[in-house]
Design a protein around this ligand. Structure first.
Ligand code: ADP
Ligand code: MG
Length: 483
């Protein structure tokens, strides 16, 4: 019966049922979590829906898997299945992960996402599974995954980034044919690595529309690699990447001290691309010389081309960046306020932007004029409250110190109760306080899968409700993270 129905009608019917089930009192929930879903295809008994982010998908799985399952079965019969296709919400990518609800009905939330390799028929009939393509949609074109907002034109030039910016421009003009291959951009957090890497990609695309450009974060690359390993499609994965003309890999330090096989696969891809005179652009928070924990032979390759650093911008550049953002948004602000922000936020550009956005929000929400006085109040608060970014490593350290355990015990395979508990708490806080996906949290906490992380989070919540001692630990730890 599914065959004669079109996917839009099926999903519209599902939405109706879901809306009714949730009721009037949950209308906001419905709007927030179901309206943004876009149906894309109906394949036999499987409806493919697109959700805006990995987080969104995990949230649905966590909270609404049963409702979705029931609804889909009601619409499509007992064999009805649902598959997600995930689009990244930031600058990133179509998510390579898709997941199916089983038709058997036993499992639900413990279902781990599955990559469905898909054969794309190119002109010469070669079949290449493309991890960026939603299964079921046939096309060869590789979307570049670039963020169109991060252009070279709006990347303000200053002493802090002049070398990197001009090398980037040279690369965009003649990708693969300068001595800047690989081009390695490095610098601290919020200093413009992602923006510049994107900008080079966009400029290359503009100058050479025929080239295939691909931006990928190292985290995504790692996830794809693991998926490919599970599905036995590692060769396809490597082949896919060797098709690209310009490959941009963001935040390569993420692989340090882990992901050895991923690094090997990348090494292979790197060599292939380099030999073919294809351009490689890499970003990292450290220079190749300081990057420890990566494969030495990979590090030595990174030194082949040019490494250019991004430094903290001086105050004039900070002012220029603020002015550009304001001009882009069509907002005017007194000169002395701009200067006040630029002089007082000297950590990085992300915080500079954050301060500006908060100030604008403050003034418009409270209908106050943007004055120096308002800026002062806000910046004082802002500077105090911008705490360090919490990482999973940091959470592990705090939890282990708290229970007097060695930090690496989280990684161990032991089932000792105190260590299992510490691991679960780490997962719980990592879910709560970082933006990492369940899969990545699991990987960092002893190579567990996303279902284990989900289970850990639930266990901690349950224990915190029923066990006084446990509640105390959770609260106490929470305080430490906020210090
Ligand atoms: P990183 O990747 O180094 O952590 P990002 O590229 O994400 O930093 O930059 C942080 C923010 O600062 C982004 O919103 C980016 O657009 C902005 N930014 C960074 N450098 C510049 C620049 N030179 N001109 C304008 N905006 C910039
Ligand atoms: Mg970045």
């Amino acid at each position: 019966m599914a065959a004669v129905r079109d996917y839009k009608t099926v999903w519209a019917n599902c939405l109706k049922t879901i809306k009714e089930t949730l009721g009037k009192e949950n209308e906001q929930l419905y709007k927030r979590w179901f309206e943004p879903i876009v149906p894309i295809q109906l394949e036999d008994n499987t409806l493919i829906i697109q959700v805006p982010s990995q987080f969104f998908y995990e949230w649905l799985e966590e909270h609404y898997v049963n409702l979705l399952k029931r609804t889909i079965r009601y619409e499509l019969g007992p064999k009805g299945m649902l598959r997600y296709s995930i689009v990244m919400d930031t600058s990133i990518a179509d998510e390579p992960l898709t997941t199916s609800l089983p038709s058997g009905g036993k499992q639900s939330t413990t279902n781990s996402p599955k990559d469905m390799p898909f054969n794309i028929n190119s002109d010469n009939n070669r079949s290449i599974p493309n991890p960026f393509i939603v299964p079921g949609i046939k096309k060869l074109r590789i979307e570049s995954q670039l963020n169109s907002a991060c252009t070279l034109e709006n990347f303000v030039e200053g002493d802090c980034n002049r070398l990197a910016r001009s090398a980037g421009f040279a690369v965009a003009e003649a990708p693969g044919h300068t001595s800047f291959n690989p081009l390695m951009l490095y610098g601290g957090v919020g200093l413009g690595k992602t923006h510049l890497a994107n900008a080079i990609g966009l400029k290359t695309k503009e100058l050479h529309p025929e080239l295939t450009i691909l931006y990928v974060t190292s985290e995504r690359f790692l996830q794809q690699y693991m998926e490919a390993g599970r599905n036995g499609t590692t060769n396809d994965f490597v082949n896919f990447y060797t098709l690209v003309d310009v490959l941009i890999v963001d935040d390569i330090q993420f692989w340090a001290n882990k992901a050895q096989k991923t690094q090997e696969a990348f090494f292979q891809i790197f060599n292939h691309l380099h030999q073919q005179k294809k351009q490689i652009i890499i970003t990292s928070d450290k220079s190749p010389a300081e990057l420890s924990g990566l494969e030495p032979r990979l590090i030595s390759r990174l030194k082949w081309g040019l490494s250019a650093d991004l430094q903290v911008p001086d105050v004039d550049t900070r002012i220029a960046i603020l002015k550009q953002k304001l001009a882009n948004d069509g907002i005017s602000m007194p000169e002395n306020v701009i200067e006040y922000i630029a002089y007082n936020i000297n950590t990085n550009i992300r915080e500079l932007e954050g301060a500006l956005v908060s100030l604008i929000a403050q003034s418009s929400l409270n209908h106050k004029q943007i004055t120096l006085e308002l800026a002062k109040q806000m910046i004082d608060k802002f500077v105090k409250s911008t705490s360090r970014e919490i990482t999973i490593e940091y959470i592990q350290k705090v939890v282990c110190d708290y229970f007097n355990l060695p930090v690496d015990s989280i990684q161990s395979r032991t089932r000792k109760r105190e260590i299992v508990q510490a691991r679960q708490l780490t997962m719980y806080f990592a879910k709560k306080m970082t933006k990492s996906s369940l899969a990545i949290i699991g990987l960092q906490c002893g190579n567990k899968d996303h279902a284990t992380v989900l289970h850990a989070c639930k266990t901690v919540s349950n224990l915190a409700e029923t066990d006084k001692q446990f509640r105390y630990w959770v609260d106490d730890l929470e305080k430490r993270f906020k210090e």
